[in-house]
Structures are given as C-alpha cells and as structure tokens.
Design a protein around this ligand. Structure first.
Ligand code: SAH
Length: 387
C-alpha cells in the first residue's frame, strides 16, 4: 500500500459532471465522443466535427456550431453541454501573471496560473485538489487532499485560460498560451489516468494541438510511473529534487522515504525521449541554511552525472506560517555558479505573481476534505441525474 497515493475517497467524479443532468463533452476522449454521439444515432464524422468546434474553435454553445443542422444542434443541447469550470476569483499580478480560482460543480476548487514571458506564455495546470505529499516548503501540501481532478477538469483549466486570454482566434504568432506545465496543485503521477487522458486531448492535432515538446510534467518522484509517462506521452519531465541526501530529502520531500534519490535518478537516466536536446529539468528550491551550501551544489553535480539535465533554482516563495526562509542572493549565486561551471544550465527562477500568491508552492484553495460518505452520495446523485 502506498501511503502517499490518494485513497479511495480521493477519486475524481465518476462522470464528467455538468451542473445539471446533461453530460459534459469536454474531457471525453475521441473514442468516447464518438460513442456519445452513437447514443443519439449520430455518425462518427459528426463527432469529428464536434471535436473541432470544441477544441479548435472553442465553441461553448451548440447553437454556434453552424456546420451542424439546426435539429441536430437542438438535440445536442438537450443531452450535452460543453462546460468549463466556473471562475470564482481572477487575480492579475503587477508582472502580468494571472491566477484563477476555478470551481467545479461539486464545489471543489483549484488554482490555474498563466505566466506571460517574452518568448512564450505558460499555463501552470493543477492535477488534484490539494496534495497528499506534504512537502514541507509547499503551501499546497498543508491542504488535505480532497480529490483527483477528472480529465474534464484538467482540460477545463486549459479551455478556461484560452477563453480568458482570447486565444481561440489568435494567429500562430500572437499566442499567449504556448506551453503547459503540470506544476499546479497536486502530484500528476498520482492521478496519471486522468492527467494522461487530458494531455492527449490537449495534444490532439485537430484540437488545441500543443506539442509534447511544449508540455512539462513535474513530479516529486513517483518512480514507478515515470517510464510509463515517457512512453505514453513523451512530454518533458521535471523532477522536484530539492535535496541531495536521502537524510534531508526524507524530511522535506517525504515521498523520498518510499522512492529514494538513487531510484529516482535511475528512472531519469532511462526516461524515454530525453536527450541533450531534451533535457530533464531538476527543480531545486533554495532554502536558507537548509539545502543551499556549496558542498550541496557540488554533490548535486555529482548526482546528475550521466543525465541530460538542467537545473532550475527556485528561491523559496514564502507563504503565511512557512517554516523556512529564502536563501540569500549571495548563497544562490555561489550555488548557481558551481552547477553552471559543471556544464549545467542553472537559471534562477524569478518568482512570478508573488503579489497574488501565484508563485511555485503558493497555491492553495479553501476546499476541505469531503467525508467519504458525502463523496459517494454526491457521485450517486450525479450518476442518477445522468441516467
Ligand atoms: N507535485 C509535483 C507538481 C508540483 S510542481 C511536484 O512536486 O513536482 C510545483 C513546484 O514548485 C515543485 O517543484 C515544488 O517543489 C515547488 N515548490 C513548492 N513549494 C515551493 C515554494 N514555497 N517555493 C518555491 N518552490 C516551491
């Protein structure tokens, strides 16, 4: 039994929940969409047309899908919806970062962050409401896991961002959402089925069509799932390393007790698709007097030998009540210089959106853990409503 994995009461809703009895088409795989259309006697090519309207043009209403006949559109509206999560908060940082608090029909909430940069725009997507991992420096880790997100809820974050950024009609050159990082709330490899289903939808080239090279999945180190992620999805991998000894990593990234550093790095060495052109990112949060010494920088270099790697140094982002301080600029520079001199790119990640608590490790929603009985009751109600 994996003590860190979500428990049975942390599962995603059984069905793509809509606010009413209709089924949400967002989050269905292509095959599922074809099957859903078959239930109303519509042929496969109708499903393909719908897919394009939903994921290529961003249509939210069947009424707008003008290549479909009026009667078919009316029929669709009776049975289905194309639904995004509801926005409960929309915050803009002085640096242009946006943070949205999004709410799902069962009342649970997650945060999604958009980070504009000169050459790209990155959407930081959540995979779970809360997290089971309890990394000591991470705000999300102080929130009890509520549940996994469904594929619909993961894709819904991307659709929502495209709506808000007015991205559906944007030309190739002025895109604001060019990259996705699975670095929001939650551990994506503990919700792999839904995350992979969602990413396949996002990568589908008749839809949102983001290349696997523009998607990065970040994990604290769920070792048995790493190879599969590379084989199935081929997305970029990021590892939240943060310590160079098991002794320290056991404390600050507790999943290390289950999958220690050596095992984690072995999985990285054999990650499918990694190469010098596609390096694995190692994230390293800079915690004052905890993990930021020159000796630790040298040990990091030793550990990474043989792995096509780059290192992201993330100055610790504080949150209310956090038990750490950020390293000094001088300590970060010495650390970065050592890693850099060994041939690894080691940029220091300027915090983005810190004024709206949108930076790494600052995400936390007010959702609380539902009792299992309550969760089952809601799922039963949803299932009954969908019949
Ligand atoms: N569970 C996944 C996805 C979360 S990604 C993972 O651990 O990789 C969020 C990234 O921000 C991780 O690298 C995490 O370790 C880092 N992080 C968490 N809290 C932070 C903080 N307070 N300051 C800076 N980085 C933080």
């Amino acid at each position: 039994m994996d003590a860190y994995a979500p428990t049975a009461d942390a599962t995603a809703p059984l069905l793509p929940l809509a606010a009413d009895a209709r089924t949400n088409l967002v989050g269905l795989s292509r095959e599922e969409l074809i099957a859903a259309m078959a239930t109303i006697g519509a042929p496969k090519f109708r499903a393909n047309q719908l897919w394009q309207w939903i994921y290529n043009k961003g249509a939210t209403e069947f009424e707008a899908m003008t290549s479909l006949s009026k009667t078919f559109r009316a029929e669709l509206s009776e049975r289905f919806v194309v639904q995004r999560p509801e926005t409960t908060r929309d915050l803009a940082s002085i640096d242009g970062t946006r943070k949205w608090l999004l709410k799902f029909p069962d009342g649970q909430e997650v945060e999604t962050v958009h980070i504009p940069e000169e050459d790209r725009g990155t959407l930081c997507v959540s995979s779970q409401v809360g997290c089971t991992l309890t990394c000591k420096f991470c705000h999300t880790g102080t929130q009890k896991l509520v549940r996994n997100l469904s594929a619909a809820e993961i894709v819904g974050q991307v659709m929502h961002a495209r709506d808000r950024l007015d991205e559906w009609n944007a030309g190739e050159t002025d895109r604001k959402l060019t990259n996705i990082v699975m670095m929001g709330m939650g551990e994506p490899l503990y919700n792999y089925d839904n995350v992979s289903k969602a990413l396949r939808i996002v990568m589908d080239n008749e839809g949102i069509s983001l290349s696997k090279r523009r998607i990065t999945l970040s994990t604290a180190g769920v070792v048995p799932m790493i190879a599969r992620c590379g084989e199935d999805l081929g997305v970029n991998l990021a590892i939240s390393l943060h310590a160079v000894t098991d002794e320290l990593r056991d404390v600050i990234v507790p999943i290390n007790k289950k999958y220690p550093i050596a095992q984690l790095l072995d999985a990285c060495r054999t990650y499918p698709g990694s190469s010098n052109a596609r390096r694995i990112t190692f994230e390293y949060v800079m915690l004052k007097d905890v993990n930021d010494s020159p000796a630790e920088a040298r040990e990091l270099v030793r550990l990474l030998a043989g792995i096509p790697a780059k290192v992201n140094l993330i100055p610790f982002n504080a949150w209310p009540g956090a038990p750490f301080d950020v390293s000094t600029d001088a300590a970060i520079k010495v650390f970065a210089d050592i890693v850099n001199a060994a041939g690894y790119s080691s940029p220091v990640r300027r915090p983005r959106g810190a004024d709206i608590l949108a930076a790494c490790g600052q995400l936390k929603s007010d959702s609380i853990k539902l009792r299992k009985s309550e969760l089952l009751k809601r799922e039963a109600e949803a299932a009954a409503a969908a019949d």
